[in-house]
Ligand binder design. Sequence first.
Ligand SMILES: C[S@@+](CC[C@H](N)C(=O)[O-])C[C@H]1O[C@@H](n2cnc3c(N)ncnc32)[C@H](O)[C@@H]1O
Ligand code: SF4
Length: 417
Amino acid sequence: MSAITNLTRTWLTRSVKPFLFTNEYDQRLPYETCENLGLYIHIPFCESVCNFCPYCKTVYSETLCDHYLDALLQEIHMVGRQMEGEKTVTSLYFGGGTPALAADRIGEIIEAVGEYFIITEGIGVELHPDNVKVPVLRMLHAAGVTKISIGIQSFQEKFQQVLGRKPVDLPAMKAALQEVPFETVSMDFIFALPGQSFEDLRTDIDSAFANGANHIAIYPFIDFTFTESSVRIQPKKKKRKLLDDITRYCLGRGYVRSSIWTFAKEEEARYSSMTRDNFLGFGCSATTLLKEQFKINTFSVEAYCERIQSGKLPTSLTLRFTRRQRMVYYLFWTAYSTRVDAAEFERFFGVSLRRMYGTALLMARLLGLVTWEDNLYTMTLKGAFYYHYYEKFYTLAYIDKMWGIMRREAFPEQIRL
Ligand SMILES: C[S@@+](CC[C@H](N)C(=O)[O-])C[C@H]1O[C@@H](n2cnc3c(N)ncnc32)[C@H](O)[C@@H]1O
Ligand code: SF4
């Protein structure tokens, strides 16, 4: 598996140089000149933790959460103050964990962000189905949240049991969503679970859109080595058929494919913190992608608070890009949207996409993975599957390894990928 990612990395970056993350870091982050910058805030608390979930999270306690949020506010001020005046950013997403558990302090955080950043495309927050209650939704709405994403996983008891999740009270959820409307209401599902058929998924998609969602995300189940899940995923062929069937069904119903795994009822409904050219991340495990570097904050809540209290940024590791490495990162994240705009690439790097990756793109076109029109490369159904398939290798070779280490060590010396 890592042979595949190593070979691809070597070919695309034209170098055998690995991605080297080290513990030296910048106290001042050069984000002033970054265009199309997004913001992400991580809140790592959940009422109980699911054994299949790889994210940085711990069991909620009010005291710990308050202590953490105080540190988070300091991190925002520390980074925000570095720039004179206000910086325009696209969006702000709160992820976790379950950020809605801190609904009563989301307004305070948004206010702190607002001292330094002007958000143009809205604010999103992740919720567990248990948080979809009128008082929580009202607090979020009053704080300025415009998008919510609810982790449903499956509406069906057999799959909820497989994942160790509780049943969802659909009528109560629908009523709460009707009472407090948001621009985007997204619902997350997981596919390729044992015995799951297209019919099961179609029923879930229809239920989501009939009960308050205008956007859905359907993620393939990923079996991370450090999680304790015993779920056996379906083989490649079946997975591909499921992904193709879901895509055809959604496109046939007129839904817009906004990224590899997301579909929207209306063009305006969007929920994605991933497809940004650059982003600033705050909180435990949050990542930051800038023109010349990628950095990742410590995964330890305790170490995070201590670093902030000592007046320093909680960065655990930094990767300084070569130009080609940055191009690969750019293409990888942009491809999430299923489209790569050659003009945008050229604006970002000052060199044409065809000049840098002409042969690879021609091969992709000949293999039927992408189409090309008006300078826009768009993934075909086949291309989307292979991207999804490759992304799984990337996740297992890079993210699994990195997160596995970061969960054990707050500040590792270096990681070579
Ligand atoms: C931070 S959680 C969402 C909010 C909330 N904590 C919840 O679980 O309802 C983000 C999403 O990641 C997805 N996810 C978690 N573990 C996964 C795995 N092993 N494979 C694929 N998707 C996963 C789930 O769909 C989940 O809703
Ligand atoms: S899936 Fe959601 S609720 Fe479960 S552990 Fe992960 S972040 Fe927490």
